[in-house]
Ligand binder design. Structure first.
Ligand code: ZN
Length: 624
């Protein structure tokens, strides 16, 4: 197998072609609707992926907020390109030892899925021919581009997709590797290294969705498949491994179909609506009523080939169903899974008779209120079945949370770029590069070594900061004087462990100010360090400020005076034990005090007070 990555990282430098703030918001102040059509590219041909999307005929609704402007609505030409974004892209290019281009040409890339109000995404090549070393292996970096992010999809209903404009125009750096990755774990390691390099520029946005990966995978004899928009880095390995398994399955299936001399005739679908008219349940229950049709397409030689082979989770039936879904159907039913869904053995035999099929043949059924849509679905199903005889068709696929992927659209071709005439070419003179070279940030390995040196933290803890999402808060909080060990534990362990209300909810990310207040509370003894997770959980579930979070966590109102009083009571109650065992009484008594105080005072403070009290009682001969 071989794989390549495209890493997309949002930058925290405003928007790329206007002066708006780059902030995601739920504040919607107006909305408007557009429709888009596919137009020819620079060489006049219409891109296949663009034509596919346009054929869906969807309406696109855009929600604008207080930070949206006319550029985002495509009612005003773009402003000049954001110089800070370009500097960041050039800096990354230098870190990757890539060669910046002499002149930046902004291009329009046709995208008609509605994610851009204009029907295109602006993109500019910044540098080529870089390299990266990961675990002693070299990987080539083919291109580094600067792009604008698309609008954010917030809702989908039949015939209409709603996007929000807040994300549109946020600058993205796109880093594309060569196809030299040879395993899923290597893909993940390369993605992690590129992510760490991007964060080293200190100009990137943090949090889920701010870095997204497209993974290209192919096996020998297969075809390039693009898995688009992976947000969870740790899932990359799974997606790559499952895609390899899928392509290997499709290649074995190809050999089997060729051996059987399977073929899919170019023929119109057969109407079987009458046959299923009496069904009262299942997918065909409405057949013949309200225009609901049931159409069938024969697949000669495909019997048994649509279900999963033993020991495999892959099946052609699922690939065909994805095609039916791509025109808006809920799915399909194929003969390998029949009789089922209320369809009897007799109905299956009758369907076979009407389709003139032998036992070695299969067929597919779809049902819909629109005959046109059902016909289009079967045309796509037939084309996909035909492609199975050739092997692996090239596709763009969507990642699913369980590690599988699903067909999304054909691979885009080369016909979708043309020059952006509203932006003049931007020269990249040597003095600009020299200035950036002089201020080049540390690479991840250098950064790691420095953090180990200056903070005395274990390498593994520092590595988690450098390769994770919390380097920036770590640096800000230690700069404010908070102890590095406490900050690292808060960011590496306590924050990720905060319970989420929904499994797929984004991780809880309080502001650096709130984290600083929380650390101060622990350092001053207002709460114990052991109380930090409970306070974080209270903040995550909606406590408006730190004081209320401490109260909700049940950690408030325990003063030092109360602590001293409690310790005196506990020691007094155990005066006999203190006299007989001396210092050795400390451990059991500490346990008693901790049970009362929990995370409400710092552990070290408690032990200091307790030791002092034990010493006092012993020196006074037990008279307290
Ligand atoms: Zn704007």
């Amino acid at each position: 197998m071989k794989a390549g990555l495209e890493v997309h990282q949002q930058l925290a430098v405003g928007k790329l072609f206007c002066a708006c703030r780059a902030e995601l918001t739920d504040d919607v102040t107006e909305a408007f609707t557009r429709s888009l059509r596919a137009a020819g590219g620079e060489n006049r041909a219409v891109d296949v992926a663009a034509a596919f999307q346009a054929a869906r005929g969807l309406a696109y609704r855009y929600e604008a907020g207080p930070t949206s402007c006319l550029v985002e609505m495509d009612e005003e030409p773009p402003h000049p390109l954001n110089e800070a974004a370009l500097d960041t892209a050039l800096t990354l290019a230098l870190l990757l030892r890539a060669r910046p281009v002499d002149e930046i040409e902004v291009m329009r890339k046709i995208v008609v899925d509605g994610s851009n109000t204009s029907g295109f995404q602006r993109t500019a090549l910044v540098a080529v021919d870089g390299e990266l070393e990961v675990n002693g292996r070299r990987f080539s970096i083919s291109t580094i581009c600067l792009e604008e992010d698309a609008a954010r999809k917030v809702r989908e209903s039949p015939g209409e997709v709603t996007y929000r404009l807040d994300r549109l125009g946020i600058p993205l750096i796109e880093v594309a590797t060569g196809p030299e990755i040879t395993s899923g774990s290597e893909a993940r390691a390369v993605a992690e290294e590129i992510g760490a390099l991007l964060r080293a520029t200190r100009r990137v946005r943090r949090g889920i969705g701010t870095i997204r990966e497209d993974v290209n995978v192919s096996v020998e004899g297969g075809h390039r498949i693009e898995i688009k928009g992976v947000q969870e880095l740790r899932m990359i390995q799974t997606y790559v491994e499952r895609e390899v398994a899928r392509q290997e399955y499709l290649l074995r299936l190809r050999d089997e179909l060729r051996r059987r001399k399977a073929g899919v005739p170019q023929a119109p679908p057969v109407d079987l609506t009458e046959l299923f008219r009496d069904l009262s349940s299942g997918p065909f229950s409405g057949a013949g009523r309200g225009g609901q049709v049931v159409l069938a397409t024969p697949l000669p030689g495909f019997a048994g080939a649509l279900r999963s082979p033993p020991g495999s989770d892959e099946r052609l039936g699922r690939e065909l169903a994805d095609q039916a879904r791509s025109v808006g159907l809920r799915g399909l039913v194929h003969s390998d899974e029949l009789p089922a869904y209320g369809v009897t053995e007799a109905m299956v035999s009758e369907a076979r008779r009407r389709l003139h099929l032998a036992d070695s043949d299969a067929f597919v059924l779809v049902t819909d209120r629109s005959r046109e849509r059902a016909t289009e679905a079967l045309a796509r199903v037939a084309a996909r079945a035909r492609a199975a005889i050739d092997g692996v068709p090239g596709e763009t696929r969507d990642p699913l949370p369980d590690g599988r992927t699903r067909y999304s659209r054909p691979l885009p071709g080369r016909d979708r770029m043309y020059p952006e005439t509203d932006i003049s070419p931007i020269a990249v003179p040597e003095p600009r590069l020299a200035r950036l070279r002089a201020a080049l940030p540390e690479r991840p390995a250098e950064l790691e070594a420095r953090l180990v040196r200056t903070h005395g933290l274990p390498g593994e803890v520092v590595r988690q900061l450098v390769y994770g999402d919390h380097l920036e808060p770590f640096e800000a909080l230690t700069r404010e004087g908070h102890p590095a060990g406490l900050v690292a534990r808060l960011l590496n362990q306590d924050l990720p462990a905060v319970p989420r209300e929904m499994p797929d909810a984004p991780p809880f990310e309080p502001t650096i100010e709130v984290l600083g207040e929380l650390l101060s509370a622990a350092e001053s003894g207002r709460i114990g360090k052991e109380g930090i997770p409970a306070v974080l959980a209270a903040l995550a579930s909606g406590a408006p400020n730190l004081s209320q979070a401490i109260e909700r966590a049940g950690l408030s109102g325990f003063s030092r005076e109360e602590l001293v009083a409690l310790v005196r009571t506990v020691v007094g109650r155990n005066a006999e034990l203190v006299r007989s065992r001396g210092e050795a009484a400390f451990s059991p008594l500490m346990g008693d005090v901790m049970r009362e105080v929990r995370g409400r005072r710092d552990g070290r403070e408690i032990s200091d007070v307790l030791r002092a009290e034990i010493a006092r009682v012993r020196s006074s001969g037990g008279k307290s």
